[in-house]
Write a protein that binds this ligand. Structure first.
Ligand SMILES: [Zn+2]
Length: 445
């Protein structure tokens, strides 16, 4: 008996107790009350033990199931999530645009094309590989005959994102950073995000050295364009920034961004920052004291100012202060599409006097349309008001916008410009030579 009680109290072997308990109980029940009571206790204890055992097994199985399911969901989120989001946020309107006639095709192939704005670094794709969704990668840049692409880096996006009245205290990019497994240091620092994205573009250049390079100086640009005469299956990138919040309030961080390869800096993005107010922010003011110091330092270092997203007052103050031509890298004009983000006729005149260039965007808020005609209409408007030498492409490819086609079908713009009556020389200017001219003179030496 002692052995049986001993067995009962030894939780580790309850299965053995359960097996013998029935016979022990039947023997004892025939003897006396004490034995019967003890028999009942034994039975109840055994049942309790079995119940606990079953519960523990179920709990363990539940935990294992939960861990397995969480692992599968995390695997799916990390492996498929970024591509799913990229695809969803960067659609194209026309999957298979109209075939281009031979003359337009020949003209397009002869151009040195430059686009002032693509957000392709944001989405985690390997840009050396062709994707069948979103807008830009190296194979499609080459297919579209793009000589030069400005790669803009986004470092903070308000949540929710509004066209007007955004505050600066939220950020939907942190989730994307985690999902794409960006380094921990990037999760809360716009500066670290920009340094990380610059490294990513450099890695792509290292991976495809015969097809892609990053340009830092006037000499880089001249050598590259000369080489491209005999090797047209190449493209090049220049790093730009959307929003001077990357400075994190420190003027000296401008030098770190310069060393990382940034050559174009947009002063504000979707919200006001310590440097300048945005067209989409709350204050609608202009430059801060730091902002004025930033402009002077950018001029000294040969960095190019981008006025896209800037508030009207910021635009005025920058144009009054800077000694160098500016870009409005991706925008529309109020003459064809009226909203606060788009440039007024007066601003067009000011940018023309500054010698600057206006990149016309390909998405609806920029041009109030979703087709090539709407894009060409805005280009025509700028050319007629201030001269064709100030017009450029500012697609906003991969900028969480719907565009008519991906970069491989840029020949559709050449066709549209021809149809609108632009001459071949004017088309050369709009499609890239205006940008090449500005960069040849104003990249650092
Ligand atoms: Zn933008």
């Amino acid at each position: 008996m002692r052995e049986v009680w001993q067995l009962l109290h030894d939780g580790g072997i309850c299965d053995a107790v359960g097996t013998v308990s029935g016979s022990v109980k039947s023997v004892w029940l025939g003897n006396n009350q004490t034995t019967a009571v003890r028999g009942d206790r034994v039975g109840r204890a055994v049942n309790d033990m079995n119940r606990k055992r079953r519960f523990r097994k179920l709990w363990q199985m539940g935990m294992l199931g939960t861990i397995a399911l969480t692992t599968i969901l995390l695997f799916l989120a990390y492996s498929l999530g970024p591509a799913y989001i990229d695809k969803r946020f960067n659609p194209v309107g026309i999957q298979y645009p109209e075939p281009v006639n031979a003359d337009a095709k020949a003209l397009h192939e002869s151009l040195a094309i430059a686009d002032l704005h693509a957000d392709s670094l944001l989405w985690g794709r390997d840009l050396t590989q062709r994707a069948d969704f979103a807008h830009v990668d190296l194979p499609r840049l080459i297919e579209g005959n793009v000589a030069l692409q400005l790669f803009a880096v986004v470092t903070q996006v308000p949540d929710p994102l509004l066209l007007e009245g955004n505050r600066d205290d939220s950020d939907s990019l942190t989730k994307l950073a985690i999902l794409q497994r960006w380094p921990l240091r990037t999760w809360s620092s716009p500066l670290e995000r920009s340094l990380y994205q610059a490294k990513r573009l450099q890695r792509f250049a290292q991976k495809a050295p015969d097809q892609f390079r990053i340009l830092n100086t006037q000499q880089d640009l001249s050598e590259y364009l000369a080489q491209r005469q005999t090797h047209p299956a190449m493209s090049a990138g220049i790093l730009s920034l959307e929003g001077a919040q990357v400075l994190e309030g420190q003027l000296d961080n401008l030098d770190r961004l310069y060393e990382a390869g940034y050559r174009v800096i947009g002063l504000s993005h979707f919200f006001d920052n310590e440097v300048a107010d945005s067209a989409h922010g709350i204050g609608l003011g202009g430059l801060s004291d730091l902002g004025r110091a930033v402009i002077r330092r950018m001029d000294e270092r040969g960095l190019i100012i981008d006025l896209a997203h800037a508030s009207p007052q910021t635009i005025d103050e920058v144009l009054a202060l800077t000694q160098r031509p500016v870009l409005a890298s991706h925008t529309g004009v109020q003459g064809t599409c009226e909203n606060l983000r788009n440039l007024s006729d007066r601003q067009l005149q000011s940018i023309a006097q500054n010698g600057g260039i206006i990149g016309i965007g390909f998405w609806k808020t920029a041009v109030c349309g979703t087709d090539v005609e709407a894009i060409v209409r805005a280009m025509r408007y700028v050319a007629d008001r201030i001269g064709v030498e100030h017009v450029a492409l500012g697609s906003d490819f991969d900028g969480a916008v719907r565009v008519p086609f991906d970069v491989s079908h840029l020949d559709q713009i050449t066709v549209g410009l021809l149809a609108d009556g632009f001459t071949e020389t004017e088309i050369q200017s709009i499609m890239g030579m205006n940008v090449v001219r500005l960069l040849r003179q104003h990249l650092p030496t």
